[in-house]
Write a protein that binds this ligand. Sequence first.
Ligand code: ADE
Length: 418
Amino acid sequence: MKKYNIKNINLASQGKKKIEWAGNEMPVLKSLEKKFSKNKPLKGLRLAACLHVTSETANLMILLKKSGAEVKLCASNPLSTQDEVVASLVKDYGISVYAVHGASRQLYYQHLESTVSDQTNMTMDDGADLVNLLHTKKKNYLKNIVGGTEETTTGVIRLKALAGQGKLAYPIIAVNDAMTKHFFDNRYGTGQSTIDGLIRATNILLAGKVLVVAGYGWCGRGVAMRAKGHGSQVIVTEVDPVRALEARMDGFEVMQMVDAARIGDIFVTATGDINVIDAKHIKLMKSGAILANTGHFDVEINVKALQNMAKSNKEVRPQVVEYSVGNKKINLIAGGRLVNLSAAEGHPAQVMDMSFAGQFQAAKYVWQNYKKMKPEVYVLPIKLDNEIAKAKLSTMGIQIDKLTQEQKKYLSSWELGT
Ligand code: ADE
């Protein structure tokens, strides 16, 4: 069988430069490469990875390969694939990749199937699509799988649902739940890259605009914070009372989407749930409203409803489709797919350095410990999480204090008061 399916191998030299540029900002991955490329702790590992195929992901794949793993990669979203990076991974680094930017739904799933085989012994997902495939159509491949890892909140939700029904077939580390992942990637990564996607797609001035953020999880917090920094008036919508309160005390207006719909200029969904912006909200929006989603799947904005309500639509800029709804114009970015990876390049390398150090450590941990693990969703051991934070600090030239013996004693005692 052909070992890859890509757009154009001739893009490789462009892709290599991009991979190297990102790699220069991923010093934690570089330190792992230095540590593990000699003794190759991942020897024997046949890994199927389904991730956004970006220059940052390329650096993770190269590290995994140098550490002894045999890796195959496919895309976790048809619009985030960087074809030049794919070409270089195949040509310059000898890695099997099945990914084409803009792939149809059918090709997308074909690529997932090409990435797994009865020889695969570990999965690395961003959104749990490989896990889904192995628990449905390709159950016969489960016999050799020893474990897996998961990158994102949505994927972890799916895995927990599967485990809750007692159907998860192998242990998976939820890398997303590591502190060095969601505190930084979800908040600062999504915060910056979502604004980046909005600006690249529309070239809009955020200052003075009313920007509505749906969801105040780590991603929503990041988007709200960065939009505020650009001078937008930020409104948060939430279903969770504690998060809603936190948003209010962080200085944002909080209201229901039906109320925000009337006054928002820009809407960004970051909830992980479906139809958060629905027909009833779209009906209330101002002409010129801009809709974008930064959650993993393209389900948060009811695009079908928008299409049905509209008498016509046209592409007004790359990645922006204007729908004529009554006498109003509603603009949808990237078809409701992840705005940060479709209209921009995803999170910058500096933050993916930590997320992917977590992926590497999780894969290594599972490979070395799967015999002791159950088919459950695990968090990355805190020791490894802390090691990533320490390594990142060290690469940033930052030193922190250490507890003195006296302070350690104080923290472990209950007798000492005022
Ligand atoms: N998820 C968010 N940003 C990403 C990036 N740059 N590469 C891979 N996955 C991502």
